[in-house]
Design a protein around this ligand. Structure first.
Ligand code: AHR
Length: 340
């Protein structure tokens, strides 16, 4: 799998901010070129990572995991690009990685479709591609070597299963239950999987009414906007399913403004996803009922895959990262270890 190391790696000096002007659009790629030293540098594995953006606390933690893993000390030269929520920027970044002849391309597809052409180019250049976090819908599966990320469908199902059990425990299993769902970025695997997984369980409960299912892009500001208009239409919400913590923070603010209480002792049951520290604190205080974890610490798993490829080992087409479910009962055992 290893190819000749690229010349520009050994021709380095001190740490620099390396600016590539792509087609005159001023795109920035940050390259940590360390303190020089040619032979040692030639051993570094060059990894180009296209991150989709920085829309959430989860995403920031995911980026940190990559940057903490692919260090010179660990034997890597990381070329990192933030696509700022634009698929076209991710495609440009991948093309730039190809022209720089990196050893591996890692990227988190903002949406599932639209990758075939650029990944064909990576394949022609002989560069293995690893999907991080989300999936890509690609006709020819040989265009990527593996994917490391969450089982989003299972996350959605777990949300539904938790709700069924919760209503049972409250003696409300047969009541009419009105549900609002805030979904994430359209076309993203996390949105598709969580939506399908939850709907699968909802279909088994004819008394669950999904009043609204609205996109809020995984951001707090959009969630506030959407929640305000939902509250203008509905005053009978029993459950909020919010597909990430950032959107949950926005929705909780809007509920507060409207004098609606949430969580364990509140009017609205809140189900969130991600389980970042601030949200876990709200689980502990009872404002959020349950948080379905989405694990952003994927760097070490991706590195493991690269090590296996370097050793010529066979790898699977998909690796799921481990994830938990947090409620007021168990959150105390985990919250102090949460670094993000
Ligand atoms: O793809 C993972 C999702 O993307 C996380 O749930 C969300 O917070 C992020 O933006």
């Amino acid at each position: 799998m290893r190819r000749m190391k690229k010349r520009y790696i050994s021709a380095t000096a001190v740490s620099v901010l390396f600016l590539f002007l792509l087609g005159g659009c001023g795109k920035q790629f940050v390259v940590d070129e360390g303190d020089g030293g040619s032979t040692e540098d030639e051993q570094l594995i060059v990894v180009g990572v296209s991150q989709l953006g920085s829309e959430s606390v989860w995403r920031t933690a995911n980026t940190a995991s990559i940057q903490e893993t692919f260090t010179r000390e660990n034997g890597y030269l990381l070329i990192f690009d933030n696509a700022r929520q634009k698929q076209e920027n991710q495609i440009k970044a991948i093309r730039s990685f190809i022209s720089q002849q990196v050893d591996y391309i890692v990227f988190s597809p903002i949406a599932e479709s639209g990758w075939d052409v650029v990944l064909e180019e990576a394949k022609e250049a002989g560069i293995p591609v690893i999907l991080m976090d989300r999936e890509a819908e690609i006709a020819d599966e040989s265009l990527y070597v593996t994917r490391v990320g969450s089982d989003f469908r299972a996350e959605g199902e777990n949300a539904g299963l938790w709700l069924a059990e919760h209503l049972e425990q409250q003696g409300r299993a047969d009541e009419e239950i009105n549900i609002v769902v805030l979904t994430g970025t359209e076309g993203a695997t996390s949105t598709i999987g969580r939506t399908e997984g939850f709907e699968e369980i909802a279909r088994q409960h004819s008394n669950w009414n999904i009043l609204e299912q609205t996109g809020a892009d995984y951001t707090t500001s959009k969630a506030k906007e959407e929640m305000r208009s939902i509250l203008e239409e509905h005053d009978d919400i029993d459950v909020l399913v919010s597909q990430n913590d950032d959107m949950t923070f926005g929705a909780l603010d809007v509920f507060k403004e409207a004098g609606i209480t949430t969580g364990v002792d509140g009017d609205v049951t809140v189900i969130s996803f991600d389980a970042v520290r601030t949200a876990l604190e709200l689980v502990r205080s009872g404002e959020i009922n349950v948080d379905i974890e989405c694990n952003p610490e994927q760097g070490p798993y991706i590195e493991n895959v690269i090590r296996m490829l370097e050793n010529g080992e066979n790898i699977d087409k998909n690796y799921y990262v481990p994830e938990k479910i947090f409620t007021q009962e168990n959150v105390g055992m985990y919250i102090n270890d949460r670094s993000y």
